[in-house]
Design a protein around this ligand. Structure first.
Ligand code: GDP
Ligand code: GDP
Length: 498
């Protein structure tokens, strides 16, 4: 095992007290020169660590306290540790990571989206996957087009969806902070704060740890965001899946979207079937489309059947931020379409309805009315879902699809400020008292948004696990209307003291 570099006699941050014990530890790791120190400085909020162009410039291990979404954490920069074991690159990586990752609550594994994935990254990723610590894959230097494509490449490290940031330009940091906050261990309970009891949510949801400021004291916190809704998409291509039943017009739509510039970039990492993804060079930024039509066509060759592949659709949804559900307007909305829409809801993706073959519809007003009614009655959990009418065949209206998908992605990423959320919450409670359960009124205390993608809220209170569905719907619909969150699933979890 390698020796640590000499420990500094005093903190490099003379103005800061040495990081306190007992705080959750977030470690910034990765090979030299990916931008760990730059990211560290961004997260700490000062420019104190030395940043250098030269790979592996010897630096001391740096630590500092940082406030991430109202929660104090101990942030550790491992830059410089790689010097401690000079034999092989792999050896150095392991030495630095073992030392750095030791005792971490969350590891930010950084890669350089500009230079792409290197063998050293792969080696480190492989090692990290075996460690018992949550890892957030951070694709740094993701500004601009080269960067966004590189970030996308990081999927193949098998460490989940890369969080694209640009430490130097300050992009994607709010999103990264949100991701970190989600991975922190539960906060030591300040007196009077509620315990993180049973979390209830959709079965596919991971359990969410409570965040900073879940104690009531946080509501008066001056650092609580004042904006009602913060929408920040991380830098990176917009990721779409085009799904729909056979013959809805998915292939025709894809070709219309791509025009002559078709660029096949698959096979796609992370999909078990050899799905194909294509990149669309949109003026507003690249769009990656996972092509299930391609998968379907291949399936048809194999078994001679024309059928909807639900598993292929689910795989495509998992890769996407926004699902474009293509419907055949001449046939209306049927059970197969609704089945797909419910899958989108279950997977927690944003959705837009792409109503195709509009050229072939005779009474457009009637057709639209029918679809809207059907959506209203059968898909209440995705209220306000955007509907775009177009003709893939003639090309009319195709240009509305990407902008609608971009708007949906913003909503999917939305974060509601704690202050605004609780002001709204009080009003909701005043307007309609929480219901009686077994003759006793439920005590609902406060709400916090624990994550976005999709927007996920936790409601705290006494016996909140007995919250009736009607009141849950009242709150979810209220969230949707007040904070303008149409067409995305909204998760509402409840936590009660034991
Ligand atoms: P470390 O060795 O991993 O700590 O990397 P540094 O933080 O010292 O950064 C290495 C180099 O990458 C420096 O020249 C930084 O200016 C540069 N860098 C860091 N972040 C970014 C970024 O987001 N975009 C670009 N283009 N360069 C960056
Ligand atoms: P997929 O199975 O969803 O990929 O559907 P295809 O793209 O293969 O289209 C199925 C059929 O619908 C084909 O015969 C297309 O020509 C037709 N089609 C697709 N888009 C339109 C459209 O906008 N208007 C009309 N009238 N027909 C269309």
């Amino acid at each position: 095992s390698g020796k640590r570099p000499p420990t500094p006699q005093r903190s490099p941050f003379s103005s800061v007290a040495l990081p306190g014990r007992g705080l959750p530890t977030v470690v910034v790791a990765g090979r030299p020169n990916v931008g760990k120190s730059t990211l560290f400085n961004r997260l700490v909020g000062r420019r104190q660590a030395i940043v250098s162009d030269q790979p592996g410039v010897t630096r001391d291990r740096k630590e500092s306290e940082a406030m991430l979404r109202g929660r104090r954490v101990r942030l550790v920069d491992t830059a410089g540790l790689e010097e401690s074991k000079p034999e092989t690159l792999a050896g150095r990586m392991t030495a630095s990571s073992t030392q750095g990752v030791d005792g971490a609550d969350v590891v930010l594994f950084c890669i350089d989206a500009r230079s792409g994935i290197t063998p050293a990254d792969e080696h480190f990723a492989q090692w990290l996957r075996k460690q018992d610590v949550p890892v957030i894959l951070v694709a740094n230097k993701a500004e601009g087009k080269v960067g966004t494509e590189g970030a996308y490449d990081a999927f193949r490290l098998g460490l989940g969806t890369p969080v694209a940031v640009s430490a130097e330009h300050g992009e994607g940091l709010a999103h990264l902070m949100g991701e970190i906050a989600e991975h922190l261990p539960p906060e030591a309970k300040p007196s009077g704060a509620v315990d993180a009891g049973s979390a209830e949510g959709a079965p596919s949801d991971e359990p969410h740890q409570p965040l900073a400021g879940e104690g009531a004291a946080h509501l008066e916190d001056s650092e609580a965001p004042t904006e009602a809704v913060i929408e920040e998409r991380p830098p990176g291509p917009l990721r779409l899946a085009i799904v729909g039943r056979p013959n809805a017009g998915k292939s025709t739509l894809l070709n219309a979207l791509l025009g002559e510039e078709r660029m096949i970039t698959g096979p796609e990492a992370g999909l078990t079937r050899d799905a194909i993804s294509v990149t669309l060079d949109d003026p507003e930024g690249p769009v990656v489309i996972v092509d299930t039509a391609g998968m379907r066509k291949r399936a048809r060759v194999h078994d001679g059947l024309e059928r909807m592949s639900v598993s292929a659709s689910i795989e495509a949804m998992k890769m996407a931020e926004v699902v474009v559900l293509v419907l055949d307007a001449t046939r209306g909305l049927d059970e197969q379409d609704l089945q797909l829409a419910r899958l989108v809801e279950r997977e927690g993706r944003a959705c837009i309805i792409a109503l195709n073959k509009w050229d072939a519809v005779e009474d457009r007003t009637l057709a639209r009315k029918r679809i809207d009614m059907r959506l209203e009655t059968s898909l209440a959990q995705m209220k306000g879902i955007p509907v775009v009418t177009f003709s893939a065949l003639t090309g009319a209206g195709v240009g509305k699809i990407i902008p609608a998908a971009r708007r949906a992605a913003m909503v999917w990423n939305a974060r509601v400020g704690t202050g605004a959320l609780n002001r709204w919450f009080e009003e909701m409670l005043e307007h309609h008292q929480p219901p009686l359960v077994d003759g006793r009124r439920l005590k609902l205390r406060y709400m916090t948004q624990v994550k976005s993608r999709p927007p996920t809220f936790v409601l705290f209170g006494t016996r909140v696990d007995q919250l009736p569905d009607s009141y849950r719907r009242y709150l979810v619909n209220g969230l949707r209307e007040t904070f303008n969150l149409p067409g995305v699933p909204i998760r509402l979890q409840t936590r009660a003291p034991k």
